[in-house]
Design a protein around this ligand. Sequence first.
Ligand code: AMP
Length: 562
Amino acid sequence: MIYDGVEGPLLWISKGDYEGEVQIFGSSKVQQKAREMIEELVAGDNGPGGFRRGRSGSIWSAAALQASLEDNPPQAIDWVSMRANRHKYEEMKWQDLPPLKKDFYFESEIVASRCEEEVKAWRKANNDIFVDDLKEGEGEKRPFPNPVVTFDEAFLHYPGIMENIVRVGFAKPTPIQSQAWPMSLKGDDLIAIAQTGTGKTLAYLLPGFIHMDGQPVKRDKQDGPGMLVLTPTRELALQIESECNKYSYKGFKCVCVYGGGDRRAQIKAISAGVDIVIATPGRFNDLQMNELINLHSITYLVLDEADRMLDMGFEPQIMKILLDVRPDRQTMMTSATWPTGVRRLAKTYLNNPMMVYVGTLDLAAVNTVQQTVLFCQDEEKKAYLFNFVHNMEPEDKVLIFVGKKIMCDDLSSDMCLRGLAVQSLHGDREQCDREEALKDFKESVVRILVATDLASRGLDVTDVTHVFNFDFPRNIEEYVHRVGRTGRAGRSGASITLVTRGDWRKAADLIPILERAGQEVPDELVLMAERYEKHKREKEMYGSRGGGGRGVRDRGESNWRF
Ligand code: AMP
């Protein structure tokens, strides 16, 4: 319906289940003409509240349509002017924003004095760090800032940040922090290919604090948050929030916004004034669409675990959110992998970013884990697991990974029935139950947690002694993530992985991981990998019906939802 504030004649169209309302506006002459035309049409119909359509299917007579066309011939759409206006409106949308400052880096003399060879050797020795400049177009690459190897080298000019670091007692920056801090403090957009557990959260949070505090218009004069962190899951959002609060700076207020959490409480917290929002894209987009939050004040944006956000189908929400965040912001992106979707996201939403790559797999964590692979039949798996659980020492703590939510419930209720204290974690559980499960496990109220891959990344529980892969993970990256849940913070850990015939296609990927971590590679695993390779070749040669693969199903790949 079109409203122009003038009251005009009304026409109700009722037919079947549909009901329409037409309001006609314009001069009284035009309104009179419309009234006559309507009366003429309605006069032919006796039905209650209805009227007959013309033969053309239109409620207007052919003559009336023709007359209307003559009065108002259809106009061609002027795409050129529409496009020109789009830019104009885009500029108007952003014209009243406060000025933005991005460069806060003071390179110390000692950092500047490191020679190229020294820097190269340092990068090699620290997870084989690789840096790149993804600036668009031709021309020289920008120089890469040298890494900082102590906290002082990065934050000497920011005593508030240093106090926090000294308080928690960290010895030195992690490799990603060493290389990412100079880049982000300089104000560059940055892509960090790094996994959870590498210290990536502080790699973007601390420069973000400095960025917000250093804006020409101070925080208390701004109407809305300065930093937004988008992250795929509630668990990660809560974990980032706790990091944010642990290193709190200048009293910045932080709110965590996620689906399943108390929406009203989240809205209330935002309305009370907030500096940092940590959010899952779905819920944040919901608040944005309902105009419950101002996004124009955001100058520091983080897309955390971008690959996982895309895997979870959040791209449309991210796109909508970014439409309302000022385009000249500073954007940080982290991702464990670098697939096409993430590259596209980076190209669209980051502005000439620098890139720091800390190796595809966090093998450093896995190197401290003793990894055992056991071969069994599907129906033997439970017996293996219960054998393990019954032999646990009092100080042991195990994270049991399964492929499906139903198995998660099945195993945890089996254990409960046997009198074991256990918790479970998967995507279908209520948020409060998920939080409680994690809390119980962290605080050792229970020492057994059965979980889907929801828990494979990002969960920071330092004293997990064992990871038990009841179901083999979907892919080898997930294996590394899962195994990396133990052997954390300088401790050693152990993993047990059950492998059944259905897992044969993943056998070949596991071999190099075990080799690189100096673990024993079972002969059965090598044979399995060879058998799958042969099956694949035969399948390629004879098509899907032929060769040794007949009758063998590639199981274990479908229905993985966590
Ligand atoms: P993240 O990769 O951000 O999930 O961090 C994993 C854990 O490492 C968190 O508990 C951090 O508090 C911790 N951490 C972050 N930076 C350092 C550091 N420089 N030294 C030791 N631990 C750190």
